[in-house]
Write a protein that binds this ligand. Sequence first.
Ligand SMILES: [Zn+2]
Length: 116
Amino acid sequence: MAERSLRGMSIGAKSLESDENVDFAPRREVAYVCPNGHRTILPLAEGADAPDEWECRCGQVARLEGQDDNDQGDANSKAIRTHWDMLIERRSEDELKTVLDKRLKMHREGWFPDYE
Ligand SMILES: [Zn+2]
């Protein structure tokens, strides 16, 4: 009797692990590259925001591939949480002023010829 119910549980547990009847949500893959050149592919649910940074297996912070510091004009990204949003979370307003001044100076001096 006890043996029988145990066997039943085992079968039930197995069927839960099976991939059958699992409806996979639409996915996209984003790639992260760390300073050591490791590439990490991260599958995300469609519509989910990709974090800008991901911790690489080597412990370094990997950056979202194809994203640079001058991508603020990227109209394709669903910028719900932008670089700017993260920036102002991390820095005080005074610090930001300094950064902005530096940034504007760089623009004026033509550091970003392709930037629009
Ligand atoms: Zn790495």
